[in-house]
Structures are given as structure tokens and as C-alpha cells.
Ligand binder design. Structure first.
Ligand code: PLP
Length: 393
């Protein structure tokens, strides 16, 4: 039996970019010791106090169908959090709770794009972006950013791609680059959206992981509240990746229609998960800072190691849990380098090419193992790159 074109073309016939990761997992299954600096997942588990809240909620009966757009107090808590951080008036009616940021990304594109509409996204990109856009029926169009610009998108490049497009997806703090968009980048993005009547989908799932500068949300810019859908998630901020809870913030009309979509797809997020998320948000900034602290430490450790050598250049990671390293001096592409590193040093990193053409010749290092192991692994990556670079001379 034939499957649908829509599902069989999700990855556009290419790979999903996770080859090195799968090989590393295979090696581990065979009993080999591999340091994995691949996926964006904390090396700590969800705080036990959050699990207790989840358990209590389930025991007290919150195991039936939950309210489809989200339980009232969680929607209110998310709205309050967003309003206090951004100054933009936000009520519970501007919020829908989703099964994580990923479901929010899909639903947002489904909400704003008609079948076949051009949906812009920025390269390098989080690996699911093109497939998510395709699965919502739209046509993904990558707009390049450049390492020479610190991967900040240039308004004139965006302006060239914008005519006739329906939406633009941005992500700051950024995965994979760690870049936090500057005020002038955000102003330029907003201007292009206003001039070309684009919806802006702003993926802000790393908003609690900012190491230098300030997280800016484009929804706060003039004329943007009505054309912006903000994606949020408890995955990264509260180490709740497996709980699958996040949200979309947007105009009331969009949220109402997104609720219809949820009624016909997920039928909402489990009540006991939402209660756990409510409890976690109520802990405020101290818990978010605690979850972010290891990445802040490792970023500092990593920066010292990078400073002490001159073959590998780092795109300064202003936020998120990754370091993007330029390994072009080795003469290898990111994919070739990553496979060789895995084979010869048993360290798994993500090739820049997994995130699009703009990050070719780079590797993404996730800062997701304990400090000493992280520093040892990064030192080994740098030594390996240094040896290859010396052979180039
Ligand atoms: N957006 C970005 C940029 C991500 O890196 C991720 C996960 O790694 C997600 C969205 C999806 O996160 P979740 O669905 O766990 O909220």
C-alpha cells in the first residue's frame, strides 16, 4: 500500500542529519565508551520536587481529559511570566499549552500557512524545521546566514527572500549556533515582517539560557504582537524534555483556532504534566538559574580551552547549551571531521552540515556532560583538530 506523499517526503529524500548520533549510540550498545556531545538534553533529570507535584496531581485524580487549550492556572502562569519578562500585555487567552515546543512549531505553521505557501526559516537551523514546515503542508525556504556575520541574519538578505512568503521562523537564543539576536537584528526582522505582511514564528525555547547580552522577543516590537506566534517550552528551562509540555503565545483569534486544531489532534496535554509544569514555573527564576548553571560553567571552561589554541575558532555562544566550532583549518568538512573524531577519539559531536549549508565546516558541541568530562572531551577535540590542521601545512 502506498503511503502519503506528505509523510514519505518529510525529510525530502535526504538524511535526517543524525547519522553520527546513531553511530555513537550503536557503539555504546556494543559496549564501547563514547562521550556524547550531541543532543540538547541536560545531564541531570527533572527535579524530584517537580516529579512529586506530578505524582500528587495524578494521585488526586488529574488523570482524565484535561482542558484542551490548557488548564486555566497554567495558561495564566505562562501569560504572567511572558508579560513580566517582555512588558507586552498578555492574558491566558493568548496562550495554548502544547506537547512541547516541537508540537507548537508544527501547529504554528499549520495555523498560518496554506498548503504550498513559502515558509522561510534561517540556516543553520534546528534539524526538524524543514520537516515540520513540510508536514504542515507548506514549502520550506532556507535563508542563509554567515559565520562572518556571527550567524546574525541580515535584513537585506531576508528582504530579498520575503516577497510572496507567508511566514518567517526565527530562533534566538539559537540552536545550533548559540547566537542571541541583537536589537538591530530583531528590528530588521520585524521591519521585513511588517513590510511583507509575514507571520513571525519566534522559537524562544532557550530564553532562560542567555550568557551574554539580553534575550529580546520580537513580539514586543511595534506592530508585531498581532503577527507573531512565540514558541515556549519547559524542556530546556526546567529539564523536562520527556514531559512534553510547552506553549504558543499569540493573538486570541489564532489561539482559538489552534484550540480547534488541538481538539482534532492531541486533545490537549495530560493534566498531571500541566500541574507539574505549573509547580515548576511557580518556583521562579532560582530553579531556572539552577538548571542553566552547568551550561554557563561549561561555556566558560570551553572558552578558556579555545583561547589556548589557534586552529579552531568558536562562534561566541551567547546563549543555549551548545558551542559552534569552526574546524575549516583541518581541511575537513564537519561531517567527515565528526565521523573521524568518533572513530579515533570516541567523541560524538554534531556536524554543522546536519543543520544546513551555512554551518558547513563547523561542528556543534553540546555542553551536556559533567564539567570534567566536558573539559577533557573538548581538549581532545581541539588536540585532534590541531593535529589535522598541522598536517595541512
Ligand atoms: N526548538 C529548538 C530550537 C530546539 O532546539 C528544540 C529541541 O531541541 C525544540 C524546539 C523542541 O523542544 P521541545 O519539543 O522539547 O520543547
Amino acid at each position: 500500500m502506498q503511503l502519503s506523499k506528505r509523510i514519505t517526503t518529510l525529510n525530502a529524500g535526504g538524511s535526517d542529519g543524525w547519522g553520527v548520533f546513531y553511530r555513537a549510540r550503536q557503539m555504546k550498545e556494543e559496549g564501547r565508551a563514547v562521550t556524547e556531545l550531541t543532543i540538547g538534553e541536560h545531564d541531570v533529570r527533572t527535579d524530584t520536587a517537580i516529579l512529586d507535584a506530578m505524582h500528587q496531581s495524578a494521585l488526586s485524580g488529574h488523570t482524565g481529559y484535561a482542558s484542551v487549550p490548557g488548564v486555566a492556572r497554567l495558561r495564566e502562569a505562562v501569560a504572567k511570566r511572558v508579560q513580566s519578562r517582555t512588558g507586552v500585555e498578555t492574558s491566558a487567552r493568548n496562550v495554548i499549552i502544547t506537547a512541547g515546543g516541537q508540537a507548537a512549531l508544527f501547529a504554528s505553521h499549520f495555523a498560518v500557512c496554506n498548503p504550498g505557501d513559502r515558509a522561510l526559516f534561517l540556516d543553520p537551523y534546528y534539524t526538524t524545521y524543514p520537516g515540520t514546515i513540510r508536514s504542515a503542508g507548506a514549502d520550506p525556504v532556507a535563508v542563509q546566514t554567515r559565520p562572518e556575520d556571527g550567524f546574525q541574519p541580515k535584513p537585506n538578505t531576508l528582504a530579498k527572500a520575503a516577497p510572496g512568503a507567508r511566514s518567517l521562523l526565527i530562533n534566538s537564543p539559537n540552536n545550533p549556533t548559540g547566537v542571541v539576536y541583537s536589537q538591530s537584528t530583531m528590528d530588521g526582522v520585524a521591519e521585513v515582517c511588517r513590510q511583507n505582511d509575514l507571520w513571525l514564528i519566534s522559537d524562544e525555547v532557550y530564553d532562560t539560557q542567555v550568557w551574554t547580552g539580553t534575550h529580546l522577543t520580537p513580539r514586543a516590537l511595534e506592530g508585531m504582537k498581532e503577527r507573531t506566534l512565540v514558541i515556549g517550552s519547559m524542556s530546556k528551562s526546567h529539564a523536562m524534555t520527556g514531559s512534553r509540555v510547552g506553549w504558543i503565545i499569540g493573538p486570541v483569534e489564532a489561539i482559538d483556532h489552534l484550540t480547534d486544531l488541538a481538539t482534532n489532534t492531541t486533545y490537549g496535554v495530560p493534566g498531571f504534566i500541566q500541574d507539574a509544569a505549573y509547580f515548576a514555573l511557580a518556583q521562579g527564576a532560582p530553579l531556572e538559574d539552577e538548571v542553566a548553571a552547568p551550561f554557563r560553567r561549561r561555556r566558560a571552561l570551553g572558552a578558556e580551552l579555545i583561547k589556548a589554541q589557534n586552529h579552531v575558532r568558536m562562534i561566541p555562544p551567547d546563549g543555549a547549551m551548545y558551542m559552534m566550532l569552526d574546524i575549516r583549518a583541518t581541511g575537513l568538512g564537519g561531517t567527515e571531521f565528526a565521523y573521524k573524531l568518533l572513530d579515533e577519539r570516541s567523541i560524538a559531536v554534531m556536524p554543522g552540515e546536519s543543520f544546513g549549508n551555512s554551518a558547513a565546516g563547523h561542528i556543534r558541541v553540546a555542553m551536556t556532560v559533567e564539567d570534567t568530562a566536558f573539559a577533557d572531551a573538548l581538549a581532545s577535540v581541539l588536540d585532534f583538530a590541531g593535529q589535522l590542521a598541522e598536517q595541512q601545512r
